[in-house]
Design a protein around this ligand. Structure first.
Ligand SMILES: *Cc1c(COP(=O)(O)O)cnc(C)c1O
Length: 375
């Protein structure tokens, strides 16, 4: 908990649940990444947290933006960044949305299939396109494999074909999986991308850009390597696979930029046991899977949760307030809360700045979407 967040909560006493973001932490995270991979252009993946204050801050700091829809593009434009700082990085786009992005001046697009190349050729002529390749997702707590990317032979063929379709074959992208705790995981993907660069060059289609995606982690319950470890592993891998001919580099951080900058304050709604001698208490909070904590699915992301009480702790099952039995946060993971915890107590869910407000349902059971306050 930063001083600014603590002061805001103490003075404003906002309704819970709410997310409070410390913008100074976001700025620190931007500078950490900048220092770790100084050669890379930073494209913030705005789905992690598109609060207008966060976008305006990053626009001021010089960031570019990775977007997935026309609404996201409009949010970036409203933040003060121009279309030349926007990548339309979703590989699954309606042609009408590509046309709308093109009309707004966006000239950088992702693809991973022939069908998407057809749409880009029709709706975004002359634009730069990059092809996303498959990765294994190994080492990531929130893998993104299978759904996105194509194999490297197909990537080569799509980029070679792009040239004859009136778009500019610009480069290769990948994503090693979100909350990637192993810096060595970039190496295999960089090697595969280098193969696509060589193959395309041999066919008279030189590529210019390598997009290394996101995946940089934030701190939850487990320790993570620092950003310098990621920078060192990536730099070593780039020079091994690309030698002295380094392409233009892009990274698309989401979680790393905003995760540890935010705290969710939640209130204990109910504490119950299911029988007289039930060993574990159920603790029901005013936020659950549908209120923004979707990444607790399969207990994949484990947020640190803190109570101000200092009594003896015991294991609990944590659940949300909705009438859906899927709305259980942690049952297998070892979460402990004080025995003197009481209904009405406030808890802090730490590291909650990424992928929370954007995952909140609009009105499931009438609960309002998660509010975000930036300080
Ligand atoms: C979500 C996303 C990111 C951000 O991923 P993080 O793991 O949060 O860094 C980057 N690139 C693309 C294409 C994405 O979809």
């Amino acid at each position: 908990m930063t001083k600014k967040i603590a002061r805001f909560l103490a003075e404003q006493r906002p309704a819970t649940p709410c997310l409070v973001m410390d913008l100074d932490m976001v700025a620190d995270n931007y500078r950490d990444l900048r220092a770790a991979v100084p050669e890379a252009g930073i494209y913030y993946a705005i789905k992690a947290n598109p609060a207008p204050e966060v976008l305006a801050l990053l626009a001021r700091l010089g960031s570019n933006f990775d977007t997935a829809s026309v609404n996201e593009i409009d949010m970036v434009l409203a933040s003060g960044a121009g279309p030349e700082r926007i990548s339309f990085g979703n590989t699954i786009k309606k042609q009408s949305d590509i046309a709308a992005a093109f009309e707004r001046g966006v000239r950088l697009y992702a693809l991973d299939s022939e069908g998407e190349l057809d749409k880009l050729a029709a709706a975004a002529p002359g634009s730069k396109v990059f092809c996303r390749i498959l990765t294994s997702g190994a080492g990531a707590d929130w893998p993104l494999s299978r759904k996105f990317g194509c194999d490297i032979e197909m990537a080569r063929d799509l980029l070679v074909a792009a040239k004859d379709r009136g778009v500019v074959p610009h480069g290769v992208s990948f994503h090693v999986g979100s909350q990637q705790r192993d810096p060595a995981q970039w190496d295999a993907a960089i090697a595969q991308a280098a193969w696509v660069f060589r193959e395309c060059e041999a066919r008279g289609v030189p590529l210019a850009m390598l997009n290394m995606g996101g995946g940089f982690p934030t701190r939850y319950r487990r320790d993570i390597p620092g950003m310098p470890a990621y920078g060192a592993a990536i730099r070593e891998s780039l020079s091994r696979h690309f030698g002295n001919r380094l392409p233009e580099i892009i990274v698309e951080p989401g979680r790393q930029m905003v995760g540890d900058a935010g705290i969710i304050q939640t209130e204990v709604v109910l504490i119950a046991r299911k029988s007289r001698n039930d060993a574990r208490r159920w603790v029901y909070l005013d936020i659950g899977k549908f209120g923004g904590l979707a990444e607790t699915m399969d207990e994949a992301i484990q947020y640190p949760i803190a109570s101000p009480r200092r009594g003896k702790v015991e294991r609990v099952i944590l659940a949300g307030p909705t009438c859906d039995s899927a709305d259980v946060l942690y049952e297998k993971a070892d979460y402990r809360l004080p025995l003197d915890l009481a209904v009405g107590d406030k808890l802090e869910i730490r590291g909650a700045g990424a992928y929370t407000t954007t995952y909140a349902s609009v009105a499931f059971n009438g609960f309002e979407p998660l509010k975000c306050h930036c300080v």
